[in-house]
Design a protein around this ligand. Structure first.
Ligand SMILES: CC(C)(COP(=O)(O)OP(=O)(O)OC[C@H]1O[C@@H](n2cnc3c(N)ncnc32)[C@H](O)[C@@H]1OP(=O)(O)O)[C@@H](O)C(=O)NCCC(=O)NCCS
Length: 181
């Protein structure tokens, strides 16, 4: 059964499923410039089928490791994605990645969504460490991590290559004993 977290009366996180491929593609398509600044996969996404391939891979990943990938729904509209890139059961760690359509920024949707994913990671999966990685120039993403008291633990030099240039990557993390629930 599809996992569904109700955050408040407006925001829901729903595990991605194949019927989301079409709205997901439309959202990416109308936010190409916004997303292309930070993600290499945007240019490679050229049809709803590409969205479907991504969604199938997330379902497979969930079945193997419980690494959850969700659509973010705001007022019944798909407005973004949040998910775990992997779950490492030996280290009990994960990395959370996310994005929103540009017109849905500035409302606190992502901070609330990450908070819910933290509850899933620490309480349900009983993980020890959650990471957020973002480009050094991505102030909005850094602000999400900092708002939730993640600790900036490293800067990886030239660890991303987007739009023809390298950029430094910041690693933020939160440990289970720092998580306040
Ligand atoms: C990164 C990204 C998700 C951040 O989005 P965001 O809207 O800034 O983050 P939130 O949804 O948490 O909203 C925070 C903003 O809402 C405001 N806000 C309103 N109500 C709020 C609430 N209840 N809680 C928190 N913030 C709230 C905050 O003050 C903040 O506004 P500000 O930017 O004017 O300071 C978005 O910029 C994005 O998708 N960018 C492109 C893709 C990307 O970079 N992804 C991350 C790659 S590492």
């Amino acid at each position: 059964m599809r996992i569904n977290f109700e955050l408040d009366e407006d925001i829901q996180l729903k595990q991605l499923q194949s019927s989301d491929a079409s709205p997901l593609y439309s959202l990416i398509n109308s936010n190409r410039e916004h997303l292309n600044e930070w993600f290499v996969w945007v240019n490679k996404t050229q049809s709803p089928q590409d969205g479907n391939t991504f969604i199938s891979s997330t379902i497979e990943k969930y079945e193997k490791t419980k690494a959850l990938e969700c659509g973010i729904w705001y007022k019944h509209q798909l407005v973004g994605v949040i998910g775990m890139r992997y779950v490492d059961m030996t280290l009990k760690s994960t990395e959370i990645g996310y994005w929103l359509g540009e017109s849905f920024e500035g409302k606190g949707i992502m901070t609330k969504s990450v908070k819910r994913m933290l509850a899933y990671a620490f309480k349900e999966l009983q993980l020890h460490k959650v990471e957020i990685r973002c480009a050094e120039g991505n102030r909005r993403s850094q602000a999400v991590a900092e708002r939730l008291n993640f600790v900036k633990e490293a800067m990886l030099r030239d660890n991303g290559y987007i739009n023809g240039r390298y950029h430094n990557q910041l690693v933020y993390s939160l440990l289970e004993n720092e998580y306040e629930g």
